[in-house]
Structures are given as structure tokens and as C-alpha cells.
Design a protein around this ligand. Structure first.
Ligand code: PLP
Length: 366
């Protein structure tokens, strides 16, 4: 048996008859950037996320970049965030000349520790960017209170968490804005790159829409320097089809997670994902923690089971961020997680046979 980490062909086989005509519509219209499909997707994602506005983007990274630029972040500003995330979170902050201030994670959820974030606020802090890692939202109540007191923006990096909830509130709807990625491996993945920013703030929504077009308003008159962060219509067409199935895919992943949880119950050496009782996780990844991670990983590769480390090097120890002055040991929970975690296949189309094979292989190696 072989079990890939993600099998997009299995998903596409069921959608082919809907996706292809939707893409043909775009091709026939030759409205390839923005246009009715992109606008329909913005409306649908805003509604799905309980937000008033949504502004499409060319990727999740560009959604974050646009959000930071539209909020006016730049040189000298500090943005508090987590080091245990995909590079884009910290990269976007630094690209604007702002300073990423990394604080450690809660070792149970792997999300930013809100108490440490509160302590990291200085006069230069302009924003906090929590990441909703693996499909579970970060603990936002304290972060939002800190942000209110210090007048900070909160940008939710919800790239892995479209449709997740925290105390009944949808990802992206709690902070100043939220950013989604439609990278193919996310729960809602396009047929290429795409992303979106959601917000309830009409002025910010307006600025995001202008910023993604080089700050041009009206055309060829530039009040500020933006970029090309636009969503393409073929992505929007495919994503509109897929969005209908998203709740069912989330549920499929959650069932698979419960299945693994059950298989690993009572195993002292395997830490299964910890989901707070008030959270609804969409399980973009099912990440376990084991003491002999690299041995387990090698065994799974032998067994032709897809597995991945998210992420092997926390951002504060990346070479490109050496100038920030962090050292090994600066953020111990993130560093330990980077050494001991690995992701198992969790996609909705997995069969019980496949899950049994994955679980048995993990148990053998542990
Ligand atoms: C995927 C991801 C991004 C970036 O999204 P892209 O669409 O790949 O640019 C940003 N942050 C996190 C946490 C992600 O997982």
C-alpha cells in the first residue's frame, strides 16, 4: 500500500465535471483577472467567514503583504508573531522594513502564547499577527484585549484555517483582518496560487482593493505605492466550485483525526493534536509529536507513507533572520516542536484501510 500525504487527484476526480466547465466560462469570457468569478468568490468567502468584506489576492503571501501595507506598516514598526509557522508570516513583515518580534508558542496547541505576546509589546509595536496553525485558531481573547489597550492591529494569518472557529467565531472575523491562502495543499486549494483578505472594516477593505492594484485610483493616478496582488479568474472559478464541498471536507478530516486519536490513545510516546474544547479545527494538518521523530519519519518513507515536518527550523533561527539576534534556546517550545513533530496524511478521501496502515506503521516505529 501507498498513502501520500495529500492526494489531490482523488479530490479532482470527483470535481472534474464541475471544474472544467467553470474554467471554460472564464476562458470564453477572456476576463482573466478579477471580474465576475473573482467577485462572486469574494462574496462567498466573506459570507462563509462571517465577514462583511473580502478582497482577493494573488496568493496567501500577497494577502498578508497587502494587509500589512494597507494598515500602513513599515520601517521602525514592530509586529509580534510566532516563529513556528510558514516563512511568509515573518517574511512579509520583514519585506516592509518592519521588525518581526518572535515570541514562543503554547507547547500544547503550537499557536502563539498570548501571555508572551502581551509582554512583548513596546512603544514601537503596531500589530500582532497570530497564526492559526494546522487548522486550529490561536487563543485570541487576551491578544484582542492587549491590542485594544495598546491600539494595535491584529492580522490573523488564517492561511491554514479557513472555516475554523474560536468560541463560535470564524477565522478571520475576530481581528482587524484575516488572511487566507488557496495554495493547493490548504483545505480550500485552487489550481494554482491564490489568497484573500477578509475584514469587517469598510475603510480597510477599500484600501486593500486599491493597494492590490498598485495603489491606483483612479487608474494611473497613484496616491500610495501598492503592488499587483490580484486574484486570477481561473482560480476563482475553481475555488467557487470547491467552496461548496469545504464543510464536508473539513468533516472528513475531523473524522480521520478522531480515528487516529483513537488508534494512538494510551500511547505514552505519541502526543496527538490537542484541540481546545472551544475550538473547531479543520485539521489542515494532523501533527503528532514523538521523541524519535526522524526514525518514525524514515520508517514511514520505507512504508511509502507521505509525511512532512511543519516546520524543521523555526523562523527566529533562519539564516535570513540572523540580524534579529535570536540564538538557539531563545524560544525553546518552538525549537522542541520543530525537532519532534511530524504530519500524517489526513485528507478526506483516506479509506479506513489506509488509516489503519498509517497508524500501524507509526506504532511500529515508535
Ligand atoms: C500557506 C501559508 C502562507 C502563504 O500562503 P501562499 O498561498 O503559499 O502564499 C502563509 N502563512 C501560513 C501559515 C501558511 O500556511
Amino acid at each position: 500500500m501507498q498513502v501520500p500525504l495529500l492526494d489531490l487527484k482523488a479530490q479532482y476526480a470527483k470535481l472534474r465535471d464541475e471544474v472544467r466547465p467553470a474554467i471554460d466560462e472564464v476562458l470564453d469570457s477572456q476576463i482573466c483577472i478579477g471580474g465576475p468569478k473573482a467577485e462572486a468568490l469574494e462574496k462567498a468567502v466573506a459570507a462563509y467567514s462571517d465577514c462583511r468584506f473580502a478582497v482577493g489576492a494573488s496568493s496567501g503571501t500577497d494577502a498578508i503583504l497587502n494587509a500589512l501595507m494597507s494598515l500602513g506598516l513599515g520601517a521602525g514598526d514592530e509586529v509580534i508573531t510566532t516563529p513556528y509557522t510558514f516563512f511568509a508570516t515573518g517574511g512579509c513583515i520583514a519585506r516592509l522594513g518592519a521588525k518581526p518580534v518572535f515570541v514562543d508558542i503554547d507547547p500544547k496547541t503550537y499557536n502563539i502564547d498570548p501571555k508572551l505576546a502581551a509582554k512583548a509589546v513596546t512603544k514601537k509595536t503596531k500589530a500582532i499577527m497570530p497564526v492559526h496553525l494546522y487548522g486550529q485558531m490561536a487563543d485570541l481573547d487576551l491578544l484582542m484585549a492587549v491590542a485594544r489597550d495598546a491600539k494595535l492591529a491584529v492580522i490573523e494569518d488564517a492561511a491554514q484555517s479557513i472555516g475554523s472557529t474560536y468560541r463560535g467565531k470564524k477565522a478571520g472575523s475576530v481581528g482587524t483582518c484575516g488572511c487566507f491562502s488557496f495554495f493547493p495543499s490548504k483545505n480550500l486549494g485552487g489550481v494554482g496560487d491564490g489568497g484573500m483578505v477578509v475584514t469587517n472594516d469598510p475603510a480597510l477593505a477599500e484600501r486593500l482593493a486599491v493597494m492590490r492594484n498598485h495603489g491606483s485610483q483612479p487608474k494611473y493616478y497613484h496616491k500610495f505605492i501598492g503592488g499587483n496582488f490580484r486574484l486570477d479568474a481561473i482560480q476563482a472559478a475553481a475555488l467557487l466550485v470547491k467552496l461548496k464541498y469545504l464543510p464536508a471536507w473539513h468533516e472528513g478530516r475531523r473524522k480521520n483525526a478522531a480515528y487516529y486519536d483513537n488508534k494512538f490513545a494510551g500511547q505514552k510516546k505519541i502526543v496527538t493534536p490537542y484541540i481546545e474544547s472551544w475550538n473547531y479545527s479543520i485539521y489542515n494538518q494532523y501533527v503528532i509529536r514523538v521523541p524519535n521523530r526522524d526514525t518514525v519519519l524514515a520508517h514511514l518513507r520505507d512504508k511509502k507513507i507521505g509525511s512532512e515536518i511543519y516546520y524543521p527550523v523555526p523562523l527566529h533561527l533562519q539564516e535570513c533572520f540572523a540580524y534579529l539576534g535570536y540564538k538557539a534556546g531563545s524560544l525553546p517550545h518552538s525549537e522542541a516542536a520543530a525537532k519532534e513533530t511530524l504530519a500524517l496524511p489526513i485528507y478526506a478521501e483516506l479509506t479506513d484501510e489506509m488509516k489503519d496502515y498509517v497508524a500501524a506503521s507509526v506504532l511500529e516505529a515508535v
